[in-house]
Design a binder for this molecule. Structure first.
Ligand SMILES: [Zn+2]
Length: 322
């Protein structure tokens, strides 16, 4: 069933890829990138954001007048996204583009070509000043891990980078960006404190977080978890026999109360690990995309949903026995 669905999705992805390629070619031939820099008075800038998590952070700073566009929709895989015809239009109309950077968006060179040389692309992770951690395992081990936003303090640093970029693009509204960022940063620091308090309920030996993508390095460091994944990052091959054998050994040794999958990947691999090790499965955790549920579809909502799930799943019977 899962395999079948995956095949259908792959077929569609292939057609979209061909379509995007053709569009890119047509755009290149027509001498594209003639970007209209002039902004209509009263209307905010046209801001293009690569993925949902960052979109929510930018939305909180940019205010209601901004024309905010999103490239990778909720639930979709950000690492290996293929630009759609709609993305081409949005990028051509952009005054500024916000991306995570650190190669989260592997397709950013194409986005840059479409947006044109006059349009700034702000890589917030790289501008945040947060110390970069390496990818833990797999083909890309040692490369920068792009998932900084899983630490709420890093998300606050993203907000400052967004504020500064918007203020220099649109100085008339600098004060508003400053105000919005200050208010939102307070909410983020309250969130960070709330999460620390929630996780304090978990004894240290229960704080073992095994996921599909090992995307929780920053999260684990911030909130006191030991972390590993089946694979290092979603841009590499997923669920190979070597990956499965390695993680099954670790689960047998560390005995977490549950193992987790994330919303943008298949749960089939983590279910095999769980079957093999007689461990509970819990999920989805949200990392690369906000939850689809409108009540949780914000950065703060996502972090709270993850916190609730982790506390619930890791306070399992194994935790109280050990
Ligand atoms: Zn990821």
């Amino acid at each position: 069933m899962l395999t079948l669905r995956r095949r259908v999705v792959d077929g569609r992805a292939f057609h979209l890829r061909v379509l995007a390629g053709l569009l890119f070619l047509m755009w290149a031939i027509s001498g594209g990138g003639l970007h209209a820099a002039a902004q209509t008075a009263g209307k905010g800038p046209t801001i293009v954001v690569t993925f949902t998590v960052l979109h929510d952070l930018v939305r909180n700073v940019a205010g209601p007048q901004a024309d905010l566009r999103l490239l990778v929709p909720a639930g979709a895989e950000v690492h290996e996204w293929e630009l759609t015809p709609r993305n081409f239009v949005d990028l051509e109309e952009a005054d500024i583009v916000f991306a995570n950077g650190l190669n989260l968006e592997q397709w950013i060179p194409q986005a840059r070509a479409v947006a044109g040389p006059g349009v700034p692309i702000v890589f917030v992770a790289e501008r945040s000043g947060v110390p970069i951690r390496p990818i833990l395992i797999g083909d890309k081990a040692g490369d920068p891990d792009p998932h900084l936003w899983m630490d709420a303090r890093a998300a606050a640093a993203y907000v400052e980078a967004v504020r500064d970029a918007l203020a220099s693009l649109d100085p008339d509204r600098a004060e508003m960006y400053e105000r919005n960022a200050a208010r939102f940063s307070e909410e983020l620091s309250a969130l960070h404190a709330e999460m620390l308090e929630a996780f304090a309920a978990l004894p240290p030996q229960s704080r073992v977080l095994i996921t599909s993508e090992a995307a929780f390095g920053y999260f684990a460091a911030a909130y006191g978890f030991e972390h590993d994944g089946i694979w290092g990052i979603n841009a590499e091959e997923e669920g190979t026999p070597q990956q499965m054998i390695r993680i099954i050994d670790i689960v047998r040794e560390r005995r977490p109360a549950a193992v987790f999958w994330e919303s943008t990947v298949s749960d089939q691999y983590v279910r095999s690990v769980a079957d093999e090790t007689k461990t509970a499965v819990a999920g989805p955790l949200f990392v690369d995309s906000l939850p689809p549920d409108p009540e949780k579809a914000s950065y703060i909502g996502m972090m709270r949903a993850n916190t609730r799930l982790l506390v619930e799943a890791l306070s399992g019977p194994d935790a109280s026995e050990s």
